[in-house]
Design a protein around this ligand. Sequence first.
Ligand code: FAD
Length: 428
Amino acid sequence: MVRVCVIGAGAAGLCAARHLLVEPCVNQLDILEQAPQLGGTWVYTENVGYDDFGLPIHTSMYKSLRTNLPKEIMGFPDFPVPESDKSYLPAKDMLAFLKLYADKHGVTDKIKFRHHVQLVIPKQTPSGELWDVTYKNLTNGAIETKEYDYIFVCNGHYNTPFIPHIPGLKEFKGDVMHSHDYRVPDIFADKRVLVIGAGPSGMDIALELTTVSKKVILSHHLKEQPRTEFPDNLQQKPDVERLEGDKVYFLDGSEDEVDVVFLCTGYMYNFPFLHESCDIVVEENCVEPLYKHVVNMKHPSMCFIGVPYYVCAFSMFDLQVRYYVRSMNGTFSLPTPEQMAEHWEEEKRDRAARGFTRRQAHMMGPDQEKYYASLADEAKTKTLPSVVTKIRDESMIRFFHNLKNYRQDKYKIIDDGTYEIISNGKRE
Ligand code: FAD
């Protein structure tokens, strides 16, 4: 009798549920979701701060968002995003896609909505290690603790803002805001805005602000300057050295005056419901100790879906889930804790040697194909087709160098390794 608890019904949790529901070794599956609907990040709300139950608003979605990857690589390997004339879709279409995915696989009816997981704690029993999960039914206030054999942690990691240390930030005279709370540009009308960070959100939002703001300064430390032609009211600057009053001083010695400091500085992994005896530690945004970024090495009946970033997210979730479920049903055996720890230490040494910082412990980017192959090989399952990573790389290059127009490109997958793009009416 195997009982599984999935925490969260965003893309990762839905994917876990889709596979677990058809897995013969699983007898009971609970999918606990604190929100009243599925979709996690892709659910747009105008609200910021806290919801009606006092929980922090989870989503960081802004109104104008369109995906930064084409829909051709945004789906699941066994369930692509339906055909449409555009490749880059608005968030509401991605949410509709996730609903379709969950409905088609019988997942939606199984989700316990408005169930907030408060505590996960391991316990030793004569039959081995089990888990106690305590959750609150937000509708009636009832708190319950239930026992499980396996835990899938799928709570997302784009919801707890990372606030960098910038001298003078706390005393800054104007407004300070993080992109987690950004919804529409109107609040920045006629303001002088300092956007810190040029990741996908920082670049997109900075460009959007130029339509309403007096001036936008995009401060970043990208090694390569984006070749995107920004409007005249956007200026790029290096990192901020310090803030004083309403003045900002940059590392190149220049200075300026701004009304708003807008932090597009990313997010932190956060697992507030994991008791310390789960032995998961997050330091400098490195989640440890995880084998292949999935398995809790100290308690291998707990897994994490979706930790790596700069990936093809939904496809990777699917592969991680297939990997872990195959370890559950005996298709392969996970290495010993010592072997897993040695593997992780080796990976860390290799990453450090290649210049990755500790904060980039879960960054895949150039390592994607190797990572996918390593999961697939070990679990004797199919890896992701190379066309997926090829399109991702192509799309990211176009994002940085043609931000204004790249979303008009239309992609077509030819086979597992090749694709074509219709850009500006021309086939490439
Ligand atoms: P989430 O979608 O965050 O889902 C986690 C779920 O867990 C939520 O529903 C939450 O309510 C629930 N939960 C959390 N804690 C608890 C608890 N204690 N109890 C019960 N339930 C809980 N990716 C792309 O591939 N392409 C894009 O274009 C793209 N654009 C993005 C734009 C923005 C602004 C952001 C923030 C992210 C974007 N991403 C994009 C990344 C995106 O987050 C992932 O693609 C993916 O949707 C994450 O899914 P997830 O299930 O891991 O997390």
